[in-house]
Each structure stands twice: as C-alpha cells, then as structure tokens.
Write a protein that binds this ligand. Structure first.
Ligand SMILES: *Cc1c(COP(=O)(O)O)cnc(C)c1O
Length: 395
C-alpha cells in the first residue's frame, strides 16, 4: 500500500476555492446551524430539480431519516439490492424492520426490475409485501426507475433511491433526484464519492411533510415553529414532539459541499472522458467492461470490470498483483446478505446468485477527478500484466 506513486481507486479533489470556502465559514459566526447548510440544500435542489433538501451528517443518517419519514418500523419489510454498501440495508434495521434483497441485473449490476416483479407477486400471496424498496444506483447508473415506480403503484410500496453514487447522473434525460419515480432520494458526500463534504449526505423530496419529518428528526425531534407549539411563553421556547437524533450537517461541511457542487459538471465530464479512455485502453482485454444503458447517463462513480466466468478463481491473484504494482483496486461490493450480521438473520450463500457471481469476478479500477491519462495508461499496462500473470489472458 505504501508504493510512492500508488494510484488509489478513489480520491477527493480539493481546490483552493474549496479551501477558501471552508476557511470563510470557519471565520463566520456559525460553525453549525448557519446559512451555508440551507444554501447547500437549496443549491442541490435547484441542480437536481427537487423541491426540498434535508442535509445530514452522512448519507447513512439521511437514509435512516428517510425510512423514519416513510413510517418504517417493527413488523415492516424493506427490500434493497444485495450489491451495495451495507448502509442501504442497515437504515431499515435501525427502524426495527425486516430487510430482504432483490437480486441484480447481470448487465447493469443494479436491482433487477423483473426479479422485483416476481418477488412482489410471490410476496403478495403470502402477505409479506415490502413497505419500502430502496433501489441503489450502482456505480452512478440509475436503476430502471420507470419499471420500479410502476410496480410501486401496483403493489403499494414507497421508494427511497440510494443515489450515493449518482449525484449528477441523469435518467431518461433528467437528473436523478427530481422525484419523478420516488418519494425520497439520498446522496452521499463521503470523500470517495463524486463530490464531498468530508462526511455528509442529503435527502431530497418533493413532499413537504416528508421533508419536515426528516428535518425534525435530524434535530432531536424539536420544533420552534409557532404553528406547532402548544404554548408560546417566550422567544427561548422550543418543544420536543418526538424522539429525534443529532444528524445535522455542520457549516464547514456545507461550505465544502456547496463549493464542490459548483464543480459537479466538471467532475462528471472528467469521469466521462476517463471512462472513454479506459474503453480504448482496455479494448481486446478478456474482461467485461461496464455496460451503459441507453436511457441512463451515469455519474460514473466506479469503474467495475468483470473477469470471465471460468477465471473467477483468478480474482484474488489479479487483485493482489494490481495492489502490489501500485494500483488501488477495490471490490464493490461484498453482497450485503453474506455479511455475518445478515447471515445471523438467516441469509446464506446462494440466496442471490447474480450478486454473488458478480462479486466473485469483479474489480473496480481507479476512477477519480484528478486521475491523469498517464495514470490510466499505467493502470491498463499493469492490469494487462496482472491478467497474463494470472492466466486470464495470454501474452
Ligand atoms: C457511501 C454509501 C453510503 C453511505 O454513505 P455515507 O455518507 O458514508 O454514510 C450508502 N449507500 C451507498 C450505496 C454508498 O456507496
């Protein structure tokens, strides 16, 4: 890992303007609960075409708030993709709900809408329909939201998009987050994501009540709103109406997020150029390159390659060779249902074969804002050697 010119799989890009924005907020009157947070919420809503934004200290918190706002609780069921970060499932567990998964489409690696339809049909017969489905826009490419939205009307479930990878992505020509096909959409600003606020996330929605519910629960369940108070003894007064959390984003985070948001278009364009470079550089390699659906304009958060089925045993060797040669490859994702925590809840190997097969064969190549063409050429060369050394490809 300590290679001098190690190329990480993902890395934030921090400009002088980003730094100046954070310093400015640091010198201001407010380090938290000041103007930057609502400015960031408004700017992001304007960008993606949503009405209300609720900033949080992480996407994990925002997902929890979203589940609570949709009334998820004990006895409810929430379904998500097994090919995701654990937070997409954990948010439902925080609420006491049961989690289940829908296997992935082998081309996009997203939740498969056909498998969702089949599973819903079966669940209807046994009275075990989900209250909420959380599609995850894997690697920045939108799920088939039109199909999932249609199913939500037929079976009566709500939708939270986990768009942690997909800020700046478009689906059918419009930004992910505009709420056309979901109730709430959540973005992450962790440093490996498309834009960063160090830690941070945001839930966007077009529903005023959902937004208010999330905002209240992000701030200890309290309100100062005159029309909600039971009495008004003076200006010091607030009331706690429900049990909430401290999930607030700080001003420093929001200042960074806001500055990064102004660079979003550049980041996305840069990722598309890098994607095209990889396509050219990896042409003829015996691996599957990421597929891009016609109706989706991905934010390209990740560049996952897939080894051939008969070479699945070589994945560890290729991974180790890349790391040893200074290429920071990663594996996205270990299927969530195979985590010991979820196995203890009854899930097992074989439950979601597509996600498991994909996991066994995938590697993510470096993809981040400041990745240079020279670095991509080096990644391609080192990958070629690694594939040859591990007999995936002949010399
Ligand atoms: C990163 C990520 C999260 C969690 O984001 P945090 O901001 O780190 O809490 C949730 N879901 C997915 C798919 C992610 O990639």
């Amino acid at each position: 890992m300590m290679h001098t010119d190690f190329i990480p799989y993902g890395r934030q890009s921090i400009s002088e303007e980003d730094i100046a924005a954070v310093v400015k907020s640091l010198r201001s009157d407010f380090l938290t609960q000041g103007p930057c947070v609502s400015e960031f919420e408004h700017a992001l809503c304007t960008k993606v075409g949503a009405r209300y934004g609720v900033a949080a200290n992480s996407a994990t918190s925002a997902l929890h708030l979203a589940c609570l706002a949709l009334g998820v609780g004990a006895g409810d069921r929430v379904w998500t993709s097994p090919n995701t970060f654990i937070a997409s499932a954990n948010c439902a567990r925080y609420c006491g709900a049961e989690v289940d998964f829908v296997d992935i489409d082998p081309r996009t690696y997203n939740m498969c809408a056909d498998k969702l339809a089949e599973k819903l049909q079966a669940a209807k017969l046994t009275g075990t329909l989900p209250k909420v489905v959380i599609p995850v826009h894997f690697a920045g490419q939108s799920c088939d939201m039109a199909a999932i939205h249609t199913l939500s009307k037929a079976y009566g479930f709500r939708i939270i998009e986990d768009a942690s990878h997909a800020i700046g992505a478009k689906y059918q020509g419009e930004y992910v987050g505009n709420g056309q096909c979901s109730d709430i959409c959540v973005f992450s600003f962790h440093p490996v994501k498309i834009i960063t606020s160090a830690e941070g996330g945001m839930a966007v929605t077009n529903d005023e009540h959902l937004a208010e519910h999330m905002r209240t629960h992000a701030s200890q369940g309290t309100t100062k709103s005159p029309d909600e108070l039971t009495q008004m003894p003076g200006d010091w007064y607030y009331e706690q109406h429900t049990l909430g959390f401290n999930y607030r984003m700080t001003e420093l985070q929001a200042a960074l997020g806001l500055s990064q948001l102004s660079r979003l278009d550049d980041f996305i364009e840069g990722r598309h150029q890098q994607f095209a470079h990889y396509e050219a550089l990896l042409k003829g390699f015996s691996i599957t390159l990421p597929y891009q659906a016609d109706d989706s304009d991905s934010a390209l958060h990740l560049y996952p390659i897939l080894l051939p089925e008969h070479n699945r045993a070589a994945r560890k060797g290729v991974f180790d060779s890349l790391r040893q040669a200074g290429v920071g490859t990663q594996v996205h994702y270990i299927p969530v249902h195979l985590q010991p925590y979820y196995q203890a809840l009854g899930f097992k190997q074989g439950d979601f074969p597509m996600a498991e097969d994909y996991y066994a064969r995938t590697l993510s190549l470096p993809l981040f804002a400041d990745l240079t063409l020279a670095q991509q050429e080096r990644v391609a060369l080192i990958l070629k050697h690694a594939l040859i050394a591990n007999r995936v490809m002949s010399a």
